[in-house]
Ligand binder design. Structure first.
Ligand code: PEP
Ligand code: MN
Length: 272
């Protein structure tokens, strides 16, 4: 195996054993499959509470939801901010779920880490190096999404920034890349899963929601991701997708579809 010259701590040559991140009894990167489910954005206390209840009932372990949303246009809904962090923590605590939320800027890392169990770096911020450096100074686990035009090497170097700063709790996320195809929102690169697991010891999570942008493809691509070896999935689910506050309703599962998917996944890999 050729040792990459550019990253070290992220590489399997340097660290042969799989990294297992343990958060309040939930292991990410071990034998079990971790399911993160929830809305694109936290909208209200009632919305996130009800969705948390449904994620837990279906067998998920982590509640996802954005309080700070990285929108393509400045006039789109930008998220409810810090209040959303509070709503999400309440819902997670009440229903016994871990929480994951996106942090977009270094100055928000501390407040996001105060309320959430896992911090998500979005595709648009994969190479926000100041953000990555700041995340290296804390111990809160980070889910680092692959930039939509980033190579595996660039993703692993981005992870290296966090690891080099002293935070070993990094998971990688394949969320689809930009290709010439326009039928899907992105092209979910399933090949990334085994390649990243070969190059790196870090857990690999797949995001079939942003990876396809189409609800009808999410279950199939979730199963394909698990077959390819993914350690977990992050899946958008909404009780009223047609009226969700971001455009991501079209890729959000209805609660019954989310529950069915988890039942099917349980046949492929243990959920806890
Ligand atoms: C999200 O998870 O809602 C999100 C914005 O993801 P990405 O950064 O992959 O687009
Ligand atoms: Mn989304």
């Amino acid at each position: 195996i050729k040792i990459s010259k550019s990253y070290k701590l992220a590489s399997r040559d340097f660290h042969p054993e799989d990294t297992v991140i343990e958060i309040k009894g939930v292991q990410i990167g071990g034998e079990n499959l971790v399911i993160m489910g929830g809305p694109c954005a936290v909208e209200s206390p009632e919305q996130i509470d009800e969705i948390a209840r449904l994620v837990k009932a279906a067998g998920g372990q982590v509640l996802r939801g954005g309080a700070f949303k990285p929108r393509t246009g400045p006039y789109s809904f930008q998220g409810v901010g810090v209040e959303g962090l509070v709503m999400m923590k309440e819902a997670g605590d009440k229903h016994g779920l871990l929480t994951i939320t996106e942090v977009m800027a270094p100055e928000y890392v501390d407040v996001c880490a105060e309320y959430a169990d896992i911090l998500q770096v979005g595709t648009r911020n994969m190479q926000n190096f100041d953000l990555l450096r700041k995340l290296g100074t804390i111990q809160t686990p980070v889910l680092l999404k692959r930039g939509f035009s980033a190579t595996y090497d660039e993703l692993l170097n981005a992870a290296e920034y966090i690891l080099a700063g002293g935070n070993p709790n990094v998971m990688l996320c394949e969320r689809g890349i930009r290709t010439f195809e326009t039928y899907t929102r992105n092209t979910l690169d399933l090949t990334a899963i085994p390649v990243l697991q070969g190059l790196s010891h870090l857990p690999v999570i797949s995001d079939p929601s942003h990876g396809t942008g189409r609800r009808e493809l999410v279950a199939t691509m979730s199963k394909a991701s698990v077959a390819a070896g993914a350690n977990g999935l992050i899946v958008e689910m909404h009780t009223d997708p047609d009226n969700s506050m971001t455009g991501d309703g079209v890729q959000s599962l209805f609660p019954h579809q989310f529950a069915e998917l988890l039942q099917d996944l349980e046949k492929l890999a243990p959920l806890m």
